[in-house]
Design a protein around this ligand. Sequence first.
Ligand code: FES
Length: 176
Amino acid sequence: NQTSLVFVINGEKFELSSVEPSTTLLEFLRTQTRFKSVKLGCGEGGCGACVVLISKYDPLHDRVDDFTASSCLTLLCSIHGCSITTSEGIGNSKQGFHPIHQRFAGFHASQCGFCTPGMCVSLFGALVNADKNNPPDPPAGFSKINVSDAEKSIAGNLCRCTGYRPIADVCKSFAA
Ligand code: FES
């Protein structure tokens, strides 16, 4: 009904009739869902551990906009009608890991793992938008991001243990 807050997380529909206005998307994910890959690092938009992909319909241009955001700064009430993707939505142990996950492991780009889901989503968002602006031919996989944009995709994500070289190598491995 019209008084409900409706949104989708990793393909699962949520409909809430009562929401505390100050609740953040990160709090909701961590406490009310099984999608706990998002992490509370700084709580103020500075570390990227809580990054999610938000897909939102733009009726003016009749298109879906996909953008990454810090879920610690995103109020739950602001995602009405949106579709949210976390690292579990990109790939998982049940349905198969995404090449992004596989390369983070293969390149030894994850140590404690706290920052990794946010990194994966940031890179995924950049790849989705790169392909949207310049569809790959054949339309399978990701192939149209350049090295610079691939590296910049994780500009808002901090890592405190493994170092950025292997992480940057993962990003660059997706560049055409
Ligand atoms: Fe650090 Fe959200 S928890 S950016």
